[in-house]
Write a protein that binds this ligand. Structure first.
Ligand SMILES: [Fe+2]
Length: 625
């Protein structure tokens, strides 16, 4: 009797009226959000219930869009819910409802999280073949995959909604219900409507893409990887191509993630029957220089229906594995296969149905090509070594190459650290995230490491020329540096959106700026780096216990005056940070004055400091509330 009642209750919760035509799928997943999309035949009030533990459920209403199915002419309804405020690295259970009745239950997805992860790549899949179905089954069984890249030709026919329903959503439904697919537009996906169906069914990151091109190209982050999807079909339109490539340059230039992964449909180095493809030639001519400029690690493409892996390349020339981009063609997702040809860039190729499994670690990335039978076709590991920006280390205060003993230095480049890590305190560590920086083999105290920037301190007791070397678990890079006796640089701090010189009032610690000028007679403290040796035994990386004077004669130029500071030396509690104390002469008239620090005859770059009127300030005080 109890079992019958339970059956009756569960039946009562299942909506008999609504027909699910496209199963729910997750899109645009991040650490704190996800989008769920599905399609019904009926115009229902669609909603979703979701829960991080399967006990406490929250509800969200869907936005519904009607559309007409071309082959039947009937109107259907695409529903979409954007979930926000989610927790990273969390499995969310979800179910969809129609008119308040559960229509599909038992679904789940996982939000993005920091740390290692695995993703899958496939391309040229949409043919409805047995191989496509077998690959889909194997990909769905990859339990730990966080996301999937599709390098285009999702539908091998005309890119219509009907093709997408039959050869995409129907095939990958179990996978897509829990793992987001990030696609790139293939030539077949454009169809008759400039890829309108593709754009309609996907919800993709906006990534500051110009509105006219939204959804055609985009980028997103997952863990320490930055992914970029390009639409190589656009390369035949000069104006749009320029827009996309300008965006690409800015996008890759602004990412701070370690791994840079780019995917698009037309391969730059096709070896088979697309060898003379005009778009592939455009990719080589206009896309590759941007990828080389930013040290992209891997590129995934399709178009030729097979598997190909290039030699590691930089500027089109084979280089050591740790220094180049590896280009994969992964066009064996299910469509009829093409033979692999030959070309100098090709390292390995096979005419076989497959997908790629990519394991992204802190320092290494392993790419495995898996066949429809589950065999391993190919496997490579990428371990990119550090590369320093031209010019070598710079002064952390001025970003110029002028350095001195005790200077805080910034080293720019790529592949410098696997993540973002700050020193926990003093003394500063000689190693962070497995990264060591040396001056003539002497380890330097580290303040901060990240993939593109390291901040460290030079020792006080060194001089002359030296080699700064960055060593990571993947290799090392070095630059020669010549020290000055002093290299003073006034620090800047953020004030709203602006950067202002780090000049504060001694009495209150408040910043001096244009709306709060310094006053005649007031004592100011200027914060700077690079003033050189100090008059006591202080080790680099140690916080100064008290004010320790600099050895070199230090003066301050303020407008036409040369001032002798009442103190110039290390700031207590910090490492490599100097403070210079001056009194603003009472004779100075109000105005904006040039200020420089001169140490051992070396001048810092000039900053401007506003000086106000003492009497006026007194009047304000007197009249104030
Ligand atoms: Fe293609």
């Amino acid at each position: 009797m109890r079992a019958q009642l339970g059956l009756w209750l569960s039946l009562a919760w299942v909506c008999p009226a609504a027909t699910l035509l496209r199963s729910p799928y997750v899109q645009n997943v991040a650490g704190d959000r996800a989008t769920i999309v599905w399609v019904t035949r009926e115009p229902v009030a669609a909603s979703i219930q979701y829960s991080p533990d399967g006990r406490q459920w929250r509800s969200a209403a869907a936005a519904s869009t009607p559309f007409v199915a071309r082959h039947t002419g009937e109107t259907r309804y695409q529903h979409q819910v954007e979930l926000a405020g989610l927790s990273p690295g969390t499995v969310y259970h979800y179910r969809i409802l129609a008119d308040g009745f559960v229509q599909r239950d038992g679904l789940r997805f996982r939000t993005a999280a920091p740390g290692p992860f695995t993703f899958l790549v496939l391309g040229d899949s949409g043919a409805g073949s047995v191989a496509q179905a077998e690959l889909a089954r194997r990909m769905s069984a990859e339990g730990d995959a966080s996301l999937v890249l599709h390098v285009g030709d999702i539908s091998q026919d005309d890119g219509s909604l009907d093709c997408l329903e039959a050869h995409y959503f129907a095939v990958y439904a179990p996978l897509m219900s829990r793992v987001p697919i990030y696609p790139a537009l293939g030539n077949h996906d454009y169809g008759p409507d400039l890829a309108a169906p593709y754009l309609f069914v996907h919800r993709l990151p906006s990534s500051r893409v110009p509105a006219a091109d939204a959804g055609r190209y985009y980028s997103f982050d997952w863990g320490e990887a930055h992914f970029v999807s390009l639409d190589t079909n656009l390369l035949v339109h000069a104006e749009i191509a320029e827009r996309m490539l300008g965006w690409l340059d800015r996008d890759l230039g602004s990412t701070s993630r370690f791994w840079k992964i780019v995917f698009f449909h037309h391969p730059p180095f096709p070896s088979g029957h697309h060898r003379e493809d005009a778009i592939s030639a455009s990719v080589r001519k206009s896309v590759l220089p941007v990828l080389d400029r930013h040290g992209v690690h891997v590129v995934f493409s399709g178009h030729e229906h097979n598997y190909q892996r290039s030699r590691p390349l930089r500027n089109g020339v084979p280089v050591a594995p740790e220094r180049g981009t590896v280009f994969f063609i992964t066009g064996g997702g299910g469509a009829d296969l093409h033979p692999v040809g030959s070309r100098p860039e090709l390292a390995f190729g096979a005419k076989v149905h497959h997908y790629l499994r990519v394991e992204v670690g802190a320092w290494r990335m392993r790419v495995t090509a898996v066949t429809a039978e589950g065999g391993i076709l190919d496997r490579v590991e990428l371990a990119p070594e550090p590369e320093l920006a031209p010019g070598g280390p710079v002064n952390s205060g001025s970003f110029t190459p002028q350095l001195a003993p005790g200077s805080l230095i910034s080293v720019f480049g790529i592949n410098l650290a696997s993540g973002h890590l700050r020193a926990a305190g003093f003394p500063l560590p000689a190693e962070l995230d497995g990264v060591v920086v040396t001056w003539n083999d002497q380890p330097l105290p580290l303040l901060f490491v990240s993939p593109r920037q390291i901040n460290a301190q030079l020792p006080y007791g060194i001089e002359g020329e030296g080699t700064v070397r960055v060593r990571t678990p993947n290799g090392s890079a070095e630059a020669t540096t010549k020290l000055e006796r002093a290299a003073p640089a006034i620090l800047h701090v953020e004030l709203g959106d602006a950067l202002v010189p780090a000049v504060i009032r001694y009495s209150t610690g408040e910043l001096v700026h244009s709306l709060s000028p310094a006053l005649p007679g007031e004592t100011l403290i200027i914060y700077a780096v690079g003033l050189g040796p100090v008059a006591a035994a202080v080790s680099a990386g140690q916080a100064a216990a008290g004010p320790v004077p600099v050895r070199h004669r230090t003066e301050v130029q303020l407008g036409p005056l040369l001032l002798t500071p009442s103190f110039a030396g290390l700031a207590p509690g910090f490492s490599g940070l100097y403070q210079i104390r001056i009194e603003v002469p009472r004779a100075l008239r109000p105005g904006a004055y040039v200020l420089r620090v001169l140490t051992a005859g070396v001048a810092s770059e000039a900053v401007t400091v506003p000086i106000g009127q003492e009497a006026l300030a007194a009047e304000w005080d007197a009249e104030g509330p």
